[in-house]
Structures are given as structure tokens and as C-alpha cells.
Design a protein around this ligand. Structure first.
Ligand SMILES: Nc1nc2c(ncn2[C@@H]2O[C@H](COP(=O)(O)OP(=O)(O)OP(=O)(O)O)[C@@H](O)[C@H]2O)c(=O)[nH]1
Ligand SMILES: [Mg+2]
Length: 176
């Protein structure tokens, strides 16, 4: 939760376009796309929407994704169980083999929010150990923590064999 607020903040931080302010954001139906450039990498973000009915389309994007950013509302402990089971499924998906996972513990501006480390303990996901991963505390409202997370992710993608594999496949498509 907080995907689009994050996406708009990413635009503000990493591109020339000013993202929408939080009061202009409505629930996502379909797909939001954001583009940005960070640490000399061109980044394309697909916001796939968290509502139950939309989750079945997530996997259509897995094959081409270099990495996953999973945003959790860290101020809403009641939904941690749901976040865990949804994330488990994503982590196990074979199309995401070797993809780095960045989990954002969002809404740190709220006093009840759990930190990234606390969230990691609560979710306790064994499947994460098959992936490069980081739990990062952020606030999509004030932007704190986002740069740390994105710089980690860019580095993790650079090191990942998956990035290389996807690049070769893209080349193959161009030649064909
Ligand atoms: N306090 C606080 N609220 C936030 C933050 N990020 C998002 N929100 C609020 O959380 C709600 C959901 O934010 P969205 O950005 O629409 O989240 P989303 O994941 O795109 O939601 P859906 O499109 O409905 O799946 C909105 O009311 C936001 O204002 C944050 O960092 N702090
Ligand atoms: Mg949304």
C-alpha cells in the first residue's frame, strides 16, 4: 500500500517530471508506469496495484521484470498476514528466478509503523533467502529511505545474473 504515492515520489526524486501530490492520487485500476534515471540506470516501474482482483495479472509481468519492489503498509499490522502470503507466492514464482527483492516498509511518518527490520521479523519469509533482498524503511510522503533502497536495488540488479540473461534475450529479439 502506497505504491502510487511512492511512484510519484520516485518521479520527483529521479526525473525532471514533478510527481502528483498525495491528495491527487486515486486507487489504481490497471497499470501505472513510471520512468526515471538513477545512478546511470534507466528504470521503468510498473505499479501493478494491490487490490485482490488485480493480483492475478501480476504474473504476466514477472518474466520481463529485472527486480521486484514490494511495498507494505508497515503501519497496518492487521494486514501483515496478507502481505506475507502474497509475497510468498511472488517469491516462489519460477519466472522471478534470481530477481532481487526490495521490500519497502512504508508509512514511517506514522508513529505506529514497524521498521524494515521489524517487518522482516514479522513476515519471516524463508523464500527470501533464494533472492538478493533488502527490507528498507521508507515514507512515500516525505521521501525518507527511498534513495537508500533504490541505490541498493540498482547495485543488486547490476550484480544479478538475471539482468544479464534478460539483456541477452532482448538482444535476441532485436536480431530476430
Ligand atoms: N501516512 C502515509 N500515508 C501514505 C503513504 N503512502 C501512501 N499513503 C496513503 O495510503 C493510501 C494508499 O496510497 P496509494 O499510493 O494510492 O497506494 P496504492 O498501493 O497505489 O493503492 P491501490 O492503488 O489502491 O492499490 C493513500 O491514502 C495514501 O495517501 C506514506 O508514506 N505515509
Ligand atoms: Mg495505486
Amino acid at each position: 500500500m502506497g505504491l502510487q504515492t511512492l511512484l510519484e515520489k520516485l518521479k520527483t526524486l529521479y526525473s525532471e517530471i514533478e510527481g502528483l501530490p498525495p491528495d491527487r492520487i486515486v486507487p489504481t485500476v490497471g497499470l501505472n508506469i513510471g520512468r526515471a534515471e538513477a545512478y546511470k540506470s534507466k528504470l521503468i516501474f510498473w505499479d501493478l496495484g494491490g487490490q485482490l482482483g488485480l493480483r492475478t495479472i501480476w504474473e504476466k509481468y514477472f518474466e520481463e521484470a529485472h527486480a521486484v519492489i514490494y511495498v507494505v503498509d508497515a503501519a497496518c499490522q492487521a494486514r501483515f498476514g496478507d502481505a506475507k502470503s502474497a509475497l510468498e507466492k511472488v517469491l516462489r514464482h519460477e519466472d522471478l528466478y534470481d530477481a532481487p527483492f526490495l521490500v519497502f516498509a512504508n508509512k514511517q511518518d506514522l508513529p505506529e509503523a514497524f521498521s524494515g527490520d521489524e517487518l522482516a521479523n514479522h513476515l519471516n519469509l524463508k523464500e527470501l533467502h533464494d533472492h538478493a533482498h533488502l527490507f528498507q524503511s521508507i515514507s512515500a510522503y516525505d521521501g525518507s529511505g527511498i534513495r537508500d533502497g533504490i541505490s541498493w536495488l540498482v547495485e543488486a540488479m547490476r550484480k544479478s545474473k538475471r539482468t544479464e540473461m534478460l539483456r541477452h534475450r532482448a538482444d535476441a529479439v532485436v536480431v530476430a
